[in-house]
Ligand binder design. Structure first.
Ligand SMILES: CC(=O)O[C@H](CC(=O)[O-])C[N+](C)(C)C
Length: 306
């Protein structure tokens, strides 16, 4: 490498090559996951209550909030939050770690000349991040979907996440626990690409002349993070519907995700592919704004400490 190239690396590279350590990326993702659950849980609770209650019980998300606060106080909005905190935190930690790894792998492709990551590179790294994340996401979603869609009272099938795992293992071993892995990848591959590209593109567009991403304040980070969530869920709902149906159906109902799609189109039409779009979108902005705030600021704190 020539002296000029070494100087170029020392002066330009720190701005464009991700310098984050893998460990810090993992921890910051975990902080982001906790923040996403703290902000997103009431919306998730509203979505599940609307989806599972008799018609007319609730008149939208705000109505669920009002009735829940009236019946159980503000804490009622956070009922059942322990399970998502335990499940979602490692998923986000792995997602942000794998995204960081993806960016580093993209930069190390033999023959690559540019040290600057393009939007396509962010998309590739985002898509890549869904691979390792899906290994945790798929069983966790299978458990969540079964708990959220089971009946109450006598129709209640499971007493909690451990009980679901036990029952699934008895029914069909690991294959049953991991049912829906392909569908999860179908949702989260393109979804994570859109998620991270939107975040990086919006963040870049808000950096003032002569400054870096590290100079961005709370509001731009919140906005870019919120829009990342919106970008992801704009394309993720159809595969999410297929995934939820595949994961919640009794064993033997479907032969695979293609079969779920065929039955859905035949019996309900293509509009059924967009069920749940409203509550998912209502949650997407605030939950992911909080997530990226948690990620960015925990990373800045860690970088200041060591
Ligand atoms: C399904 C999911 O967890 O998506 C995350 C965004 C959200 O709304 O929770 C993004 N990511 C898959 C990258 C963790």
């Amino acid at each position: 490498m020539s002296t000029a190239e070494i100087q170029f690396e020392q002066t330009v590279v720190p701005k464009v090559v991700p310098q984050t350590s893998q460990f810090k990326a993992f921890l910051s993702g975990g902080f982001g996951g906790v923040a996403a659950v703290l902000v997103g849980h009431p919306f998730d609770l509203a979505k599940v209550r609307i989806q599972t209650s008799a018609n007319g019980t609730y008149n939208g998300t705000l109505d669920v909030f009002k009735k829940t606060i009236k019946a159980d106080g503000f804490r009622g909005l956070y009922r059942g939050m322990a399970a998502p905190i335990v499940g979602v935190t490692p998923i986000f930690a792995v997602s942000f770690w794998a995204y960081d790894l993806g960016k580093k792998l993209v930069l190390s492709v033999p023959g690559r000349t540019s040290n600057e990551l393009s939007l396509v590179d962010f998309a590739v790294a985002g898509f890549f991040s869904a691979g390792p994340t899906t290994l945790l996401m798929s069983p966790s979603e299978r458990i969540k979907v079964l708990l959220q869609t089971q009946g109450t009272g006598a129709a209640k099938l499971y007493n909690g996440p451990i009980d679901v795992v036990r029952a699934l293992y008895k029914e069909g071993g690991l294959a049953s626990i991991f049912r829906g892995t392909g569908a999860t990848m179908l949702r989260d591959g393109p979804g994570s690409a859109a998620y991270f590209v939107a975040y990086e593109a919006i963040k870049r567009s808000m950096i003032p002349e002569g400054k870096t991403a590290a100079d961005l304040g709370v509001l731009p980070v919140l906005f870019a993070g919120g829009m990342a969530g919106v970008a992801m869920w704009t394309i993720a709902i159809p595969p999410d519907v297929l995934k939820s149906r595949l994961q919640s159906a009794p064993a033997g109902t479907y032969s695979g995700i293609g079969d779920v799609l065929r039955v859905l189109l035949k019996t309900e039409g293509p509009q059924a592919l967009f069920k749940g779009l409203g509550p998912a979108m209502l949650r997407a902005f605030p939950a992911n704004a909080a997530c990226f705030l948690g990620v960015e600021y925990s990373l800045r704190a860690m970088n200041a400490l060591w």
